[in-house]
Design a protein around this ligand. Sequence first.
Ligand SMILES: *Cc1c(COP(=O)(O)O)cnc(C)c1O
Length: 380
Amino acid sequence: MKKTVNFFKTNYDNNEIKAFTKLVRNGNFSMGKATINFEKAIAKKLNIKDENVALVSNCTTALHLSMIVAGVKKKHDVLCSSLTFVADANCVKYVGAKPKFIDITSDLNWNMSVSDIEKKITKNTKAIIMTHYAGYPCEIDKIKKIAKQNKLILIEDACHTIFSKFKNKYLGTYGDLGVFSLYGNKNITTGEGGIVIGKKEYIKKIKILRNHAIDKSMLERNLSKTPTYQIHELGYNYRMDDIRSTIGMEQLKKIDHLNNLRRKLALNYKKLINKELPEIKIPFTNFIGDKFSYHLFPILLPDNLKRDNLIEFLNSRGIQTSIHYKPIHRLKFYKRHNFKLKNLDKISKFILSLPIYPDLSFLDQNYVIKAIKEYLKYKI
Ligand SMILES: *Cc1c(COP(=O)(O)O)cnc(C)c1O
């Protein structure tokens, strides 16, 4: 059989299966006790209070609700990286506001450029969405300071940095709001799922909005003697459910272990690439080895190489790779004539993500690196 190296594989074991079986027998599938317990467990893990965490249906709805509670309106613009997932820009559009795209810092630091943020703030700017790309933290202190000085709401897209710390504090808890995704390809998953972190007032409002803006949850209504309710504003169905929360609870228990396995793999890639592939650069290389989440392992290819051909070659060897991301300002829907981001435009055609997930083996990594080496030898 031909060897294959997937780009990603979900890590699960008997504990998920056991918990899931128990849940099915209980018969409570929609949002209820398991979701509340999962919220509590997340709060505990992040060293914050229960009142600061809300689970929602996915991270895109987490971002949409963040925009609403942050008070982002039609007249506003919101700064976000162009090298992030498109949901960061879409959520700004959902509330009628305008996303403004920020350049990356440099060839090897692909997080938002602090100086470009400063340049692009206007009197209409309301918020900044700060994505910690691949799992490596942005220049948080500086961005926080800018947000404070300009009275902007800071939203951390911490999807890639789930349950990892920077300076002894969990990423996702630095901003006014922080969001995580539990989608199938993230470090832990519930299939679909999202987490919002924020101050009590924000989270209280989000818990109402996620449930059609009904002022009492089903659980509260079932427990109370007067099952009536009221609607004061436009609500959504952005609920998490107990099926997902049950799986999430088991995934959460092993997150540190999973992130640690990723860290070892990242270190091994770094070692192999430095030794075998001197033409290839690794962004954020000084960070590698620290206790981060290593959601992605991106590399920068030499600019005389046709990325599509390499991807095709690796595919023929059974190796899946991916691209994170096609810059948002280059997507048809967001493209504006003459809009350029100097640093990002220079490298965006040469970025590539290598497979990384907890169950990847060192042997698989060797196979990937060897295949790239073989390609480089003949094609350059
Ligand atoms: C996955 C991801 C999202 C979107 O998450 P969903 O749960 O799929 O909506 C947003 N931002 C980043 C950086 C992501 O990686």
